[in-house]
Design a protein around this ligand. Sequence first.
Ligand code: HEC
Length: 175
Amino acid sequence: MNAKEPAMKTNSFSNARITHALTSASPVTALVLGLLAAVAQNAPKTEGEAWTIPARAARKQNPIPTDENSLAQGKELFVAGCLPCHGPAGKGDGPVAGTLERNGVPVRPGDLSNAKLWEQTDGTLFWKISEGKSPMPSFQEAFSEEQRWQIVNFVRTLAPHERDKNQKAKFGDKQ
Ligand code: HEC
């Protein structure tokens, strides 16, 4: 018993010291964390960083029906504007894919033939195409809104999906 008491005293003493140290450090810590967050926000986007889509943009409805006309138009625009990087089937293996970099670091185009593409809304795809993300250019100026929706419709046919099976069977021979 006697042997334990001094030990306990030491413990509570050092706990108090630590608590005090943390309390007095926290405003500084908070300031440093705040500064770091501000710096991170202003830093150019790096590879692997999530591509954050405004909620309103993600909810935007696609006004262009997925029909023969929009898919044909979308395919033509894709071949002209996207194939160089994303490749003919959207696998990210276009002729210039190997030359892309961001801040000097090599970066690959996204794989548009991955079924995960269906987890993204039309509005999200539309926003990504419109805004771009270096080295992917923004297509807001190059393509009209209607054209960008047509591209969204076509890009959907590159990734396997239940809802898409009929479209693929119907348009597969034309791709
Ligand atoms: C100069 C090369 C380049 C061109 C041209 C280009 N992209 Fe991209 N694209 C990229 C790169 C690089 C990424 C990966 C960006 C990231 O997330 O870091 C990407 C990402 C994407 C994504 C996101 C993929 C995902 O998994 O979320 C979509 C969708 C996309 N591109 C569609 C298109 C479409 C449609 C076009 C044509 C209108 C196009 N891109 C043209 C390089 C390009």
